[in-house]
Design a binder for this molecule. Structure first.
Ligand code: PLP
Length: 325
């Protein structure tokens, strides 16, 4: 499988341009004050995408690049939600049949959005990896193209356009923190940073309850790990070969944060940035708070990768927040 290049990213941007708008990059005095250490925090608002998540860039770029024959066969994939919405959104745009396997009891907000976009939803398996194995069997039986959640050069190139926007606005950024599930977002950050802002440190973040990508990067080979985080976007149980290859080339650091710290960061984004982030999208702020001493005085971007937090998740987040805090 070939690694995507910066020219693939430029091509993806051209393919997306009729369908997606750039997202804002904003700073908030209250958030800077909370983080402290003289750090300037910039929030890249991918939660404002039409599906509420960064991943839609990948789906639109992938389907826009498919041949009419491939489009007629349709696409089939697996997801805890935002990748599913991304493909369903793109499939609706280009009139492509689309089937998605989600683990049983998915986030109802994400499942409903997928159905509303006209895709077929199959609920199967207890977690991401069981859904993946089911999708891998189903796709050849149905003659549809199997789209991996991470081992897909076109998805990485598509997601990477977010980082082109970031570095165009902030060429002197010191660091960017990116949450990781399969690793396509962080791999995309590495690809673009290496090409246009090589001094910027890309820092990946995962939940300590689902550390497969982290442990794969540290050990230099794809490993499987327990997967019990409640942050859907981070909930994968194995490293992916293509994204790990890109991370090895440019990633500066990989941090783990626990789910309580993520919930706390989710609340701080509501309070200080008036932003509803889903748990995965708050992980970068949790990691920044833990690592702030090492980043003192720097300009640091956090990728707010999605805002699809369901009611139960938001209630849990708010009831864990200190009253008046
Ligand atoms: C999928 C997802 C991630 C992780 O992205 P990968 O490309 O799978 O590493 C992070 N945040 C949100 C909101 C997501 O949906």
């Amino acid at each position: 499988m070939h690694s995507p290049t910066i020219s693939d990213v430029l091509r993806a941007r051209r393919l997306q341009s009729a369908h997606l708008s750039p997202t804002p990059l904003l700073s908030y005095p209250a958030l800077d004050a909370t983080v402290g250490a003289g750090i300037r925090v910039l929030v890249k608002h991918e939660n404002l995408q039409p599906t509420g998540a960064l991943k839609v860039r990948g789906g639109v770029a992938l389907l826009a690049s498919m041949t009419p024959d491939e489009r007629a066969r349709g696409v089939l994939s697996y997801s805890t939600g935002n990748h599913a919405q991304s493909l369903a959104h793109a499939a609706a745009l280009f009139g492509v049949p689309c089937t998605l396997v989600m683990p049983e009891h998915p986030n109802p907000l994400k499942a409903e959005a997928v159905r509303r976009l006209g895709a077929e939803l199959v609920e199967h398996g207890a977690d991401f990896d069981e859904a993946r194995r089911h999708a891998e069997q189903l796709a050849p039986r149905r003659g549809m193209r199997l789209v991996s959640a991470a081992n897909e050069p076109a998805l990485i190139a598509g997601v990477a356009t977010a980082f082109l926007e970031l570095f165009e606005l902030e060429p002197d950024l010191d660091a960017v923190l990116v949450p990781v599930g399969g690793g396509s977002g962080a791999a995309a950050a590495c690809l673009v940073a290496a090409a246009v802002s090589p001094r910027c440190r890309v820092i990946a973040v995962q939940s300590s309850r689902s550390p497969a990508a982290h442990d794969s990067w540290r050990s230099g080979r794809c490993v499987e790990r327990p997967n019990s985080t409640t942050a859907e976007g981070l909930a994968t149980g194995s490293g992916f070969e293509l994204t790990q290859r890109l991370l090895r080339e440019h990633l500066a650091d990989f941090r783990l944060v626990d789910d309580d710290a993520i919930r706390q960061a989710q609340w701080l984004l509501m309070r200080d940035a008036r932003t509803v982030a889903e748990a995965a999208a708050a992980a970068p702020l949790a990691a920044l708070l833990a690592a702030r001493d090492g980043l003192a005085g720097q300009r640091v971007a956090i990728m707010c990768t999605g805002g699809n937090a369901g009611e139960a998740e938001l209630r849990a987040c708010l009831s864990a927040a200190p009253v008046g805090g």
